[in-house]
Design a protein around this ligand. Structure first.
Ligand code: UT7
Length: 334
């Protein structure tokens, strides 16, 4: 059962932190805002409520800082020891000025370099690849990875095809060299730019800079062709998980948990069914948080942290805008 890779440079997740705002946006609230109903939302997505950061003066950094501070407190960690801070987000506080740099300064990570990573709903998964590679390179000892998104800042709350899914939140993990032999084992990451027309924010970038026309046309809000995204998400996430299972010769029986991006309960169910995992082996909290984009995976780790033991086999999977997607295999270290 116990899989041990003796590499001294293997990266392990050694702490988890998270933050969600107090304010809830329930299905009953949405019924008053758009033409929808609780039964439809629950049946089609599995979501009952989401958290919303209502304070207009606070951006994603507010939640990212809180998630990071939980790790510093739990681990009694001196922030000056952190080598790098990565913030995966599609809702940075501002363009150009990296949100990660602000977060690093605010938590006192004065010796860290910091940058944002944008891979939409796959941002945290890709970020884990970056962070674990930094540790495995031997050049860095403590890398803080945060997934944070204030999705409510880019959602059109009159678009019922989109607004019912998304919520706000942040989660963080610390990557360090593994002392137990457990940690980052493998990854299968992919992208396909032909998918960008199906899930995007059209304006505000170099292709369509902000103008009267982009504002009037609602081109600064998140757009998705839900049906197409759904179809690709199920097939590509399943394929990525199967690749990971096959090449690491994992018996699905021995997977402790599938850790899937929380976009739609039906997507999660379809993948777990195809892979042959029962509900007990699938992490899920979509019912309470909805889709928090880059924050879904660390929010799951936070919710299940106390159920995990050293050596537990976790298989992560995500799919998002770009398109971007993939799966990864990690053995839990504590
Ligand atoms: O994180 C990565 C990004 N996003 C995703 O992974 C999202 C993937 N897609 C989805 O989760 C689903 O496609 C949605 C939840 C967005 C939509 O569910 P669906 O089952 O694909 O619905 P649909 O778009 O096929 O619409 C079915 C019906 C339509 O009515 P008609 O044409 O059959 O009369 C829609 O107009 O449901 C209607 N509908 C709604 N009804 C009540 C669409 N949205 C709603 C709504 N409430 N909120």
């Amino acid at each position: 059962m116990n899989y041990i890779n003796p590499s001294p440079l293997k990266a392990a997740i050694t702490a988890v932190g998270a933050y969600v705002p107090e304010d809830k946006l329930t299905n009953a609230d949405l019924e008053k805002m758009v033409d929808t109903n609780n039964e439809w939302i629950v049946a089609r997505t599995g979501i009952s409520e989401r958290r919303i950061l209502k304070d207009p003066t606070k951006g994603s950094s507010y939640m990212a800082i809180k998630a990071a501070q939980e790790i510093l407190k739990k681990r009694k960690l001196n922030p000056a020891e952190i080598d790098a801070v990565i913030v995966a987000t599609i809702t940075p506080d501002m363009n150009v000025a990296a949100t990660a740099a602000y977060v690093a300064s605010e938590i006192g990570a004065t010796n860290a370099f910091a940058y944002d990573l944008q891979a939409a709903c796959s941002g945290f998964l890709f970020g884990m690849s970056n962070a674990s590679s930094m540790i495995a390179s031997g050049r860095y000892k403590k890398v803080l990875l945060i997934g944070a998104d204030k999705m409510s800042s880019i959602i059109d709350y009159s678009d019922r095809a989109t607004c019912i899914i998304f919520g706000d939140g942040a989660g963080a993990v610390l990557f360090e060299p593994s002392e137990s032999g457990y940690g980052w084992e493998d990854e299968y990451l992919r992208s396909d730019g032909s998918g960008r027309m199906f899930l995007n924010i059209k304006a505000g970038g170099s292709l369509f800079p902000a103008s009267e026309e982009t504002l009037q046309g609602g081109m600064h809000n998140l757009y998705q062709d839900g049906k197409t995204v759904f179809k690709y998400a199920v097939s590509e996430m399943t394929n990525a998980v199967e690749q990971i299972i096959e090449r690491n010769e994992i018996d699905p029986e021995n997977i402790s948990y599938l850790v899937p991006h929380q976009a739609n309960k039906r997507i999660i169910d379809a993948i777990s069914k195809r892979v042959g995992l029962n509900d007990q082996k699938v992490m899920s909290n979509i019912e309470y948080f909805g889709n928090t984009t880059a924050a879904t995976l660390p929010l799951l780790l936070k919710d299940y942290e106390l159920k995990l033991s050293p050596g537990d086999r976790l298989v992560f999977a995500a799919f998002g805008g770009g398109f971007t997607w993939g799966a990864a295999y990690l053995t839990w270290s504590y």
